[in-house]
Design a protein around this ligand. Sequence first.
Ligand code: GNR
Ligand code: NI
Length: 182
Amino acid sequence: MAIKEIITVPSSILKKISSSVEVVDEEIRSTLGDMLETMYAAPGIGLAAIQIGIPKRMIVIDVSEERNEPHCFINPEIMKPSKTIASFEEGCLSVPGVWEEIERPDKCSVKYLNRDGKECEKNYSGLMATVIQHEMDHLEGIVFVDHLSRLKKGISIKKSIKFQKNPVKEDRLAKYHNDKKS
Ligand code: GNR
Ligand code: NI
């Protein structure tokens, strides 16, 4: 496993649409391992392959407090998004220094292949549902600030570029875990 560099805005790589994984082989499992290590090191609670420059439909997530419940999703598809919406303050490792409230369906059913290539379908709610949808946007070349108005998006991108040049403020990506502990 290896920690990879995370691609950030305004890189056009983040706008790429990722391709389906045809065969879940050792190379794919090795990439998932790199993604998990990169996510834990960041620290973040999710990562899409495109964020380390690999345009394949692969996501890793760990929203657990102990950081010991890794989830891998290959070729994920949302089968049933709920009609009920939740607003969540989101951040992104590819848009450092920016946090904004984003509205999304609060539950979803996801069909995917696991790291053994087995087809699975599960229901998710709460933070897990939010993060899955945030990661699935990355597979379509969408970052969370794309959900904001054009004005707010422009301000957010500028803010992130400035932050990346001079990351003075505390890193809040582990915020949820710190909140739970305090
Ligand atoms: O680490 C992350 N935290 C987060 C918080 C709220 C909503 C979504 C996320 S995902 C983010 C990691 C990331 O950028 N994944 O693509
Ligand atoms: Ni992100």
